[in-house]
Design a protein around this ligand. Structure first.
Ligand SMILES: *Cc1c(COP(=O)(O)O)cnc(C)c1O
Length: 386
């Protein structure tokens, strides 16, 4: 099945570039809002690291999501896109002083803190400004998930978060700090998770931890369960909008919130992945010894996911309806890992054909680099090109 791309309007544009279907983005955001609003205490943030294209950020902000930032630069991007500071959360294992100060100066909603040394610095910097910083502790719940090893984050072996054994000690420390207010617990177990059982495991772990806190008469204002909901990279058109109904219902069913507690989510990939494609042109078809190579003008500097975590992206020729042939689809960059797909069936292709690499809206444009002195790819929305 071939999706409708405005190929005619691609003619004059320099490739490679990212193309964003904002109608799909809007429908995705509508689904998130509709499903999350069934539960009045649910609150959804968008994880900016998935894509910071200002046009997309503007749409996401207008639809009412908060922002999850992992650097001072992302806080700046969120503010520039108009996100309210009291809807910005700031996570990350290595926040530097200027980044923490930036969060304090703008009065963000919450710092998700990952260690005692970080807690001490936040306390000290807040004291210097005569402020009280709102803090959630990021707990590493030691929950394994069914995803690629490079994108699990909630195992004891990962660098993220505070170990469960350590949690009480950190809470004790925090309670002695005058410029820290403990408002929440934060978790994030990984990304591209499609098995709801993984989220159930997280809920069960959080329930245990909340029992322990309750035993010491501690109830935090909010629980933040991070993001991680996956998308269908194999069949981007089968269910282009992820099953947010099942996702939120899983948390509603399995997580025991205390009265008045709010539940926060930080969704990245599931918001933007399917609306984006990397559009490229065939530079050469090259006959190899046992196979033919399709060499594109897009490479791993434009979309690094296949090289970085063997990610699969559906590839389509937008210019051909000839019989199918098999190609190894590669980029022009001087690295053997610069491969988008091996033994890919595509309509017979020629130099100059437009190729779409699908489901590239998340962790695509935002991870692009200048490697090999290449230019960064531009990003266009469907509204700009029609
Ligand atoms: C990356 C990240 C997210 C978003 O993850 P997705 O898998 O894109 O939904 C959310 N929270 C934190 C803390 C993250 O690091």
């Amino acid at each position: 099945m071939k999706t409708s791309f405005p190929v005619d309007s691609f003619q004059g544009i320099k490739t490679p570039f990212y193309y964003y279907d904002v109608s799909l983005l809007r429908r995705t955001l509508d689904a998130i809002n509709r499903e999350a609003k069934r539960y009045p205490n649910f609150c959804v943030h968008y994880a900016l690291k998935a894509n910071v294209n200002p046009k997309l950020l503007g749409i996401i902000r207008t639809e009412g999501l908060g922002a999850d930032c992992v650097s001072g630069g992302e806080i700046r991007a969120a503010l520039q896109a108009g996100f309210e500071p009291d809807k910005i959360v700031f996570a990350g294992v290595g926040k530097t002083d200027w980044e923490i100060n930036s969060g304090l100066d703008h009065g963000i909603f919450c710092f998700n803190v990952e260690s005692i040394p970080e807690l001490e610095v936040v306390d000290e910097l807040a004291r210097a400004k005569n402020q009280i910083a709102s803090v959630a502790l990021r707990i590493n719940p030691n929950v394994g998930v069914h995803t690629h090893a490079h994108i699990t984050t909630g195992l004891a072996e990962n660098k993220f978060g505070i170990g469960m054994d350590e949690m009480h000690r950190v809470i004790d420390r925090a309670s002695t700090m005058k410029h820290i207010r403990l408002v929440g617990l934060h978790f994030h177990i990984g990304s591209q998770i499609t098995d709801m059982g993984d989220f159930v495991a997280l809920c069960n772990r959080i329930n245990e931890l909340q029992e322990q806190l309750y035993a010491r008469q501690l109830i935090v204002d909010h629980i933040n369960v991070g993001g991680g909901l996956g998308v269908d990279y194999r069949h981007p058109d089968r269910q282009p909008i992820p099953d947010f109904a099942a996702y939120f219902a899983t948390y509603h069913k399995h997580l025991k919130l205390r009265p008045d507690q709010t539940l926060h989510f930080e969704l990245g990939r599931s918001v933007v992945a399917q609306c984006g494609s990397l559009i490229s042109r065939v530079v050469f078809i090259k006959q190899g010894v046992h196979k033919q190579f399709m060499i594109l003008d897009a490479g791993m500097s434009d979309l690094i996911r296949p090289a970085l975590y063997q990610a699969l992206h559906r590839i389509e020729n937008l210019s051909s309806d000839q019989p199918v042939e098999t190609y190894d689809v590669v980029g022009p960059i001087c690295e053997s890992s610069d491969v988008f797909g091996k033994a890919v069936d595509l309509n017979r292709s020629r130099r100059g054909d437009f190729i779409a690499i699908r489901s590239a809206g998340a962790y695509g444009e935002t991870m692009a680099s200048h490697y090999n002195c290449r230019e960064l790819p531009a990003g266009y929305t469907s509204e700009e090109l029609i």
